[in-house]
Design a protein around this ligand. Structure first.
Ligand code: 13P
Length: 253
């Protein structure tokens, strides 16, 4: 049985006072033991404070990115050990905004995944095609390439407890979510690719959907057999929306 996971990617939003209010609202209204794993991913500078706010709660902390290198002269970067040190259990790697705006290659993403995994963080590996790729019928090719580079470097075993997030770029922040069947198709494809290497790990890997998930569409997306929760951007900044999405993730498949 896969326990669903709902992660809030705050992206570059928030302030100390806004974060405190949001976390307070989430803690006041979330079930003491939500059925789904819930992860909050604030910007680096707020991690330690959000960790303090989440202490003794059922909610987990994650980073939005991680350096591929262990330590040293990498100005501006944050290592996996540092994320662990301030209380992170999870880290997003290969978000499309990192890939597209900051030119992160598949190889760089794979190194980040390996660095996170080596330090005991659970990577949330983002994959997903752009609109032109989908229109050209290249969705599977793109997603397979992004996934295989990681599997090649780290092995399927590194996905034990791991999370893959399918985030079609055309659905991110656009209000245009993938139809549940479109998400299901790609999720099943991802699971099959992992199964080609290790069927047991494939069956246990949580594959979450991201891209314009809202309170109003979460339940139908999460009802799909291979959709194990969501990676939520905009709607994770509103406590009531995010809590509704968390509740929609249900008990697992
Ligand atoms: P939105 O939920 O705002 O579309 O963002 C999705 C996303 O990129 C989460 O990582």
């Amino acid at each position: 049985m896969r326990r669903p996971i709902v992660a809030g990617n705050w992206k570059m939003h928030g302030s100390r006072s806004e974060n405190a209010r949001l976390v307070e609202d989430l803690l006041a209204h979330s079930a003491a033991a939500p059925a789904a794993t819930c992860v909050l991913c604030p910007p680096f500078v707020y991690l330690q404070e959000v960790a303090r706010l989440l202490r003794d709660s059922a909610l987990s902390l994650g980073g939005q990115d991680v350096c591929a290198d262990v330590q040293g002269a990498f100005t501006g970067e944050v290592s996996a050990a540092m994320l662990k040190d301030v209380g992170c259990e999870y880290v997003i790697v290969g978000h499309s905004e990192r890939r597209l705006l900051y030119r992160e290659s598949d190889q760089m993403v794979a190194r980040k995944f390996a660095a996170a995994h080596a330090r005991g963080l659970i990577p949330i590996l983002c994959v997903g095609e752009q609109l032109a790729d989908r229109d050209a019928g290249r969705t599977q090719e793109i997603v397979a390439r992004q996934l295989e580079v990681v599997l090649e470097l780290s092995g399927a075993g590194a996905l034990e407890h791991g999370v893959v997030a399918y985030e079609p770029v055309w659905a991110i922040g656009t209000g245009r979510n993938a139809a549940p069947e479109q998400a299901q198709d790609v999720h099943a494809f991802i699971r099959a690719r992992i199964a080609a290497r290790d069927a047991r790990i494939a069956a246990a890997t949580r594959i979450v959907y991201g891209g314009s998930v809202k309170a109003g569409n979460a339940a139908e997306l999460f009802a799909m057999p291979d959709v194990d929760g969501g990676l939520i951007g905009g709607a994770s900044l509103k406590a009531d929306e995010f809590l509704t999405i968390l509740a929609a993730a249900g008990p697992g498949k």
